[in-house]
Design a protein around this ligand. Structure first.
Ligand SMILES: C[S@@+](CC[C@H](N)C(=O)[O-])C[C@H]1O[C@@H](n2cnc3c(N)ncnc32)[C@H](O)[C@@H]1O
Length: 425
């Protein structure tokens, strides 16, 4: 954010929208947000953010009008026709060919506005697959932050002007004309799962083969664009495609390590190699402001130090039960050295006290932290009692990637308890 864009009253307004409606606009381009808010305030002849906040509190229905001003829900069928043709002839057939005959095809229209984009997708998929196959195999999600736009999308009712880009043959095949309006085929409509979803904060979908997000990223600042693209990377299946809007090629320049262009001209990209730690950091929700305060290097340093300086021994193991890292206390307690990194924990001394195979299996099933109390460990150094807290580490699609084991030495406490028990008997 530009410092000249900072105004505490405006921030209070954004905070109110977030708290009251869950509408998080922190990642949006500040200058255009301010312009749109001011535009709305001028219409109402309100001269300060503070007064506008009062107005919003007094007239809750104003929220809808504000959203209409902030999010321009402009959309259209086959908007940028050449790119849709390319998608229909080059990309969709490729997705179908990469699948087994009965395998599901998962599509996500993110920022679908009033639905034209998702219905365009449905028509292209039906043309490629045939209606039977489409109904059996395609799972299609359409999301937007704006609930009113979503409601229009669900209704799928359009004016003559709105459907003018659809060739007449296609129009009569997929739409029914009811009193001067064109309604999209109800059976096909029912295959779409609509949902309210904020791209900047909500968890992404998963295993998506084609993610269409057009003319949405342009509303976000650069940092938010990068973080949303990382979420998209998570959302996509391996070899999944991303289809952006015509003004959005540049947004991907900073994310070229995770997406590879298939057609720059048509703004189509394919998912590339794995994420780096920097990409993971961008995924932290709601930390846009923190990032402005701390540069990335400092953030990494803070995370490392928080782990390394913990007074409790900690080790991290991967989902196969191999040692990934340990803090200083962890190295000391379990007598580890750097050569042990990558080794199976069961082959190390600490393998005597925890059965990692069983633990990982349990984490895999229910994903909940596990507490192991008062675990007895006999070593050359004598008998130690440990409480061990096992926390699953999940990726964005909820798959178990690792586990953190934090150990608390409860030996003195346990020995006192045992001693008191002996005295009582
Ligand atoms: C210009 S429309 C694009 C519609 C459609 N994708 C197209 O290109 O025809 C932008 C849409 O993005 C939605 N949007 C803006 N910010 C969003 C966010 N953070 N999460 C989800 N949707 C958002 C708006 O509500 C609006 O419907």
């Amino acid at each position: 954010m530009n410092t000249s864009d900072y105004n505490p009253d405006f921030e209070a307004l954004l905070e109110y929208l977030d708290q009251k409606y869950g509408c998080n606009l922190i990642g949006n381009k500040r200058s255009s947000l301010i312009r749109r808010f001011q535009h709305r305030m001028q219409q109402l002849k309100i001269d300060s953010y503070r007064n506008y906040l009062q107005y919003l509190q007094e007239y809750p229905e104003e929220y809808t009008s504000l959203l209409d001003t902030v999010f321009i829900n402009l959309s259209g069928f086959f908007r940028d026709r050449d790119s849709w043709d390319y998608l229909a002839h080059k990309i969709i057939p490729q997705i179908i060919a990469s699948k087994q005959p009965q395998e599901k095809i998962r599509i996500w229209s993110a920022g679908c506005a009033s639905g034209q984009e998702v219905y365009t997708l449905v028509m292209l998929l039906v043309e490629n697959l045939g209606i039977e196959q489409y109904l059996q195999r395609v799972q299609i999600f359409a999301t937007d932050l704006d609930k009113d736009a979503l409601q229009q999308a669900r209704q799928a009712s359009y004016t003559e002007n709105e459907v003018k880009e659809i060739p007449s043959k296609v129009l009569s095949k997929y739409f029914e004309k009811v009193k001067q309006r064109y309604i999209f085929h109800s059976k096909l409509r029912s295959t779409i799962i609509f949902g309210c979803h904020n791209l900047t904060v909500d968890a992404p979908m998963s295993k998506i083969d084609l993610l269409v997000c057009r003319n949405v990223l342009i509303y976000f600042n650069l940092q938010t664009q990068a973080s949303v693209l990382v979420r998209f990377h998570f959302a996509l299946a391996d070899q999944g495609f991303l289809f952006l809007g015509s003004a959005e090629n540049c947004t991907i320049t900073n994310s070229k390590n995770i997406f590879m262009p298939v057609s720059i001209k048509h703004h189509i990209f394919v998912k590339r190699k794995n994420l780096t730690l920097q990409d993971h950091l961008l995924l932290q929700p709601n930390n846009h402001q923190k990032k402005a305060i701390y540069p990335l290097n400092s953030q990494i340093r803070i995370w490392q130090t928080a782990f390394e300086c913990s007074p409790f021994p900690q080790v991290v193991v991967d989902h196969k039960g191999c040692l990934l890292m340990a803090n200083k206390q962890g190295y000391t307690l379990f007598d580890l050295n750097h050569n042990n990194l990558g080794a199976r924990v069961q082959d190390l001394e600490m393998g005597q006290i925890v059965n990692l195979f069983t633990l990982m299996k349990q984490l895999h099933c229910d994903r909940h932290p596990i507490s192991l109390k008062n675990i007895e460990w006999k070593s050359d150094r004598g008998t130690t009692y440990l409480d061990i807290y096992v926390t699953p580490i999940l990726d964005q699609s909820d798959s178990l990637i690792a586990a953190n084991l934090t150990c608390v030495d409860v030996t003195p406490y346990t020995q006192t308890q045992n001693y008191q028990g002996l005295l009582r008997n």
